[in-house]
Write a protein that binds this ligand. Structure first.
Ligand SMILES: Cc1cc2nc3c(=O)[nH]c(=O)nc-3n(C[C@H](O)[C@H](O)[C@H](O)COP(=O)(O)O)c2cc1C
Length: 207
């Protein structure tokens, strides 16, 4: 399957973290214009991109209990949803900061149904799906591993949400969906559980 190199992430946004926090809101409407490959790059980097090396390990933008890194970010793109990206499903590879093509056809209809028909998923040009290989963290933390994985997904989603605000993109975290249906639509291997959908797109002129 094809690899799509992403533009280098830009560590200098134009909005302060405090301003992004102050402006942050769940926004469920989108302009029907494509997001850019730079938007995709910044959001996936904020979710799970690498930031620095510690003891020979590439550390990521969101914290992880014991640096176990159980999360995988997928990107679903609808027809004309993103410039320079075909519709379909991609897996984000943090180490190469690239997308690996998983499916070469739009799964928007099935994903919306799996998300209980929510308009925010149907209308967004693109959606990040956070999935977890929880066993990685549970093995190291038998008592609290499950909880840690959910906390980590929250960290990654918060990063995405704040970068959306910084770039004047709209997003809304979506947790209401059928786990089994999202897993089936994405063709996830059994070890991966979907945890969070982050539909995003350009802000309509009136919001
Ligand atoms: C774990 C979680 C799951 C959520 N799931 C959904 C969802 O499925 N659909 C939706 O429209 N909003 C969802 N939301 C967004 C909340 O409705 C929203 O954060 C809340 O109304 C507060 O509004 P604000 O984010 O604008 O401050 C979810 C938020 C969280 C934190």
């Amino acid at each position: 399957m094809a690899t799509v190199e992403l533009p280098e992430p830009d560590p200098d946004g134009s909005t302060s973290v405090e301003r992004a926090i102050a402006k942050r809101a769940s926004r469920r409407s989108f302009a029907q214009t494509p997001v850019t490959l730079e938007d995709v790059s910044q959001l996936l980097w904020a979710a799970q991109g690498t930031t620095h090396v510690r003891d020979g390990v590439e550390m990521r933008a969101a914290p992880s209990a014991g640096a176990t890194y159980p999360l995988t970010a997928f990107l679903e793109v609808t027809e004309d949803g993103a410039s320079r990206l075909d519709p379909g499903l991609y897996r984000y590879d943090p180490d190469s900061h690239a997308l690996e093509t998983e499916l070469e056809t739009s799964i928007r209809g099935e994903l919306t149904t799996a998300a209980l028909g929510q308009d925010v998923v149907r209308d967004a040009p693109a959606t990040i799906v956070l999935a977890a290989h929880a066993e990685r963290t549970r093995t190291q933390y038998p008592d609290h591993g499950e909880r840690y994985v959910h906390m980590e997904a929250g960290h990654a989603a918060a990063n995405v949400h704040l970068v959306c605000e910084s770039r004047e993109l709209n997003t809304c975290p979506v947790g209401a969906f059928s786990d089994a249906d999202v897993a089936a639509v994405l063709g996830l291997p059994e070890r991966l559980d979907p945890l969070y959908l982050l539909p995003f797109g350009r802000r309509p002129a009136e919001t």
